[in-house]
Design a protein around this ligand. Structure first.
Ligand SMILES: [Zn+2]
Length: 343
């Protein structure tokens, strides 16, 4: 049942929850409609309280959001999340994934484009000339553009996204983008060699069901490459009570570690072909930004920590390289393979 939950409700429901030190925020608009969910990996409702936070980045609602850890499988997830009818509100038109362009992000766009192109071509290694690739949750087509510009010209490259804004922006660039979700969109089953889920799985309302649908779209031996925030990191340990950038309140609903990702693969019926971590400065930068913003730091200082700030991105890229070397980079990169041999 959809319902509204705000901080006072959370205090009553979870008496052990500490709001000490959490500044009061006046309501900035109407509360969101919310839905209460159980663990998406194992179905358990046995949880440990982890965090309470707000929409630090876009201020789309006055709500407080509760993130928990499943006591049975370890998945970190938002227990009371915005209802699906609220998606247009929590993904505003200025949301970065809809507008990640050279015009808006300049030098940072160019650096990320070059880095992501290398990572993407690595994911495509071994594909034949007739390969079909599907980018699930493609946003405005950032990765599709990279495949078109740097990949094999004979590949059939498609995306799917449920956002009107994103689909429109991608189609305006001449990209093939299906509007909808993989569970219901009429895509040819067993026809894709590779699916990409880059910064997608954490946004999904039911990652297990979506991944099962993606599996049906893949050929025997086909692969899905998942890139998502890693909870097995130092930044998570330091900031997990409220300010961790990976929570991206209220838009990241399921957050994985290597262990929970392996469990998800078992439940979906796919093999883990690769599991590693990759470097990203974003969660470090946003954890510090959220901390500063929450405690009323001056705007000039808060703005030093953002996707528009090359200096902080560069510093924390170096910093996360150390963690990557120790096997705990900020992002998880997982390649799951459909059983059977590629044709
Ligand atoms: Zn669980």
């Amino acid at each position: 049942m959809a319902k509204t939950i705000q901080r006072s409700h959370l205090s009553k429901r979870y008496p052990g929850l500490s709001f000490v030190g959490v500044p009061h925020r006046p309501d900035c608009s109407e509360a969101l409609r919310m839905t209460t969910v159980d663990c998406h990996v194992c179905g358990s409702d046995n949880v440990e309280l982890l965090a309470v936070g707000e929409d630090f980045e876009y201020r789309t609602s006055p709500d407080s959001f509760l993130t928990v850890r499943c006591q049975d499988c370890g998945l970190v997830y938002m227990k009371h999340r915005p209802d699906m009818c609220e998606l247009d509100r929590i993904y505003p038109v200025d949301y970065h994934a809809f507008n990640f362009s050279s015009k808006q992000f300049g030098f940072i766009y160019k650096v990320r484009r070059s880095l992501e192109a290398k990572r993407l071509l690595r994911a495509c290694k071994g594909l034949g000339n007739d390969a079909k690739i599907l980018d699930v949750g493609c946003g405005d087509g950032f990765h599709l553009n990279l495949l078109r510009d740097f990949g094999n010209k004979s590949w059939q490259v498609e995306g799917i996204d449920m956002s009107d804004h994103a689909v429109r922006a991608g189609r305006e660039q001449g990209l093939t983008i299906h509007h909808g979700i993989v569970q219901t969109c009429e895509l040819e089953q067993g026809s894709y060699d590779l699916a990409l889920m880059i910064a997608t799985i954490e946004h999904l309302d039911d990652p297990l069901t979506v991944l099962k649908s993606v599996k049906k779209l893949l050929k025997p031996g086909g692969r899905v490459v998942i890139v998502t925030d890693n909870t097995d990191t130092l930044d998570f340990k330091l900031f997990h009570q409220r300010h961790w950038g990976g929570y991206h309140f209220p838009r990241h609903w399921s957050l994985f570690s290597p262990a929970t990702m392996r469990q998800l693969a078992v439940n979906v019926g796919m093999e883990v072909a690769e599991l590693s971590t990759i470097v990203s400065p974003v969660n470090w930068v946003y954890s510090i930004r959220n901390f500063l913003d929450d405690w009323g730091a001056p705007t000039w200082l808060v703005n030093r920590f953002s996707l528009n700030s090359p200096v902080s991105l560069a510093i924390f890229t170096l910093f996360d390289n150390v963690h990557q070397w120790l096997g705990h980079g900020a992002l998880l990169r997982v390649v799951l393979q459909n059983p059977g041999s590629p044709r």
